[in-house]
Design a protein around this ligand. Structure first.
Ligand code: 5GP
Ligand code: MG
Length: 180
């Protein structure tokens, strides 16, 4: 597999994102809502560089891919903490078509949040399907399917400390793993 972003690059990008967010909220309490499951590692690193009073919650979204192509988007809020009247920042791993964040922003707004912003680790350079753009982006990446640092292929590779693009051999091996 090919490394797209090293551990050190990821660390620096997350630190700089944390600094931008800290400046913007300037000591005000912030509710971070992480989109499960891909943003888990990003969330863990981001909250530890954010020098702000933070509340942390999760929301679920998946556009089942069974591979690399997005399908129907489903969302679940049963694990969500109270967002009404709070400044909320949605945290996701990657902005691809944009449909996930677009839908989730609407859900959080409808629940009565005071404000809703968004922060993503990765932003794919491609045409997006929505007019929404994330407020904070750590890295622009080419339009390739990436894994690692929380992102999966068939639920594998989330534990890679770096961000990678799989080659055909990795894809075949992962398929075998997933079936066994
Ligand atoms: P969107 O709704 O913006 O098209 O997609 C967002 C979601 O699709 C992300 O939260 C992520 O779960 C998944 N996704 C999009 N691109 C990739 C990718 O390159 N690799 C992985 N592993 N997941 C992706
Ligand atoms: Mg996701």
């Amino acid at each position: 597999m090919k490394t797209l972003l090293t551990e050190a690059e990821l660390r620096a990008g997350v630190a700089s994102l944390g600094e931008q967010i800290r400046e913007r909220y300037d000591g005000r309490p912030l509710t971070l809502i992480a989109v499960m499951t891909g943003s888990l590692v990003f969330l863990a690193d981001l909250i530890r560089v954010l020098d702000l009073p933070v509340r942390v919650g999760v929301i679920q979204a998946s556009s089942y891919r069974g591979g690399m192509k997005a399908g129907e988007l489903t969302t679940a809020t049963d694990m969500l903490i109270d967002v009404a009247g709070h400044d909320v920042l949605l945290v996701d791993d990657i902005f691809d078509t944009g449909k996930t964040l677009d839908r989730l922003m609407q859900i959080i707004q409808d629940l009565g949040a005071k404000s809703v912003g968004s922060a993503v680790l990765l932003h794919k350079q491609r045409q997006h399907d929505v007019s929404l753009r994330p407020d904070y982006v750590a890295f622009e990446i080419p339009d390739e399917f990436v894994v690692g640092y929380g992102l999966d292929y068939l639920d594998l590779f989330r534990n890679l400390p770096h961000l990678a693009v799989l080659d055909q051999n990795d894809i075949e091996a992962a398929k075998e793993q997933a079936e066994s």
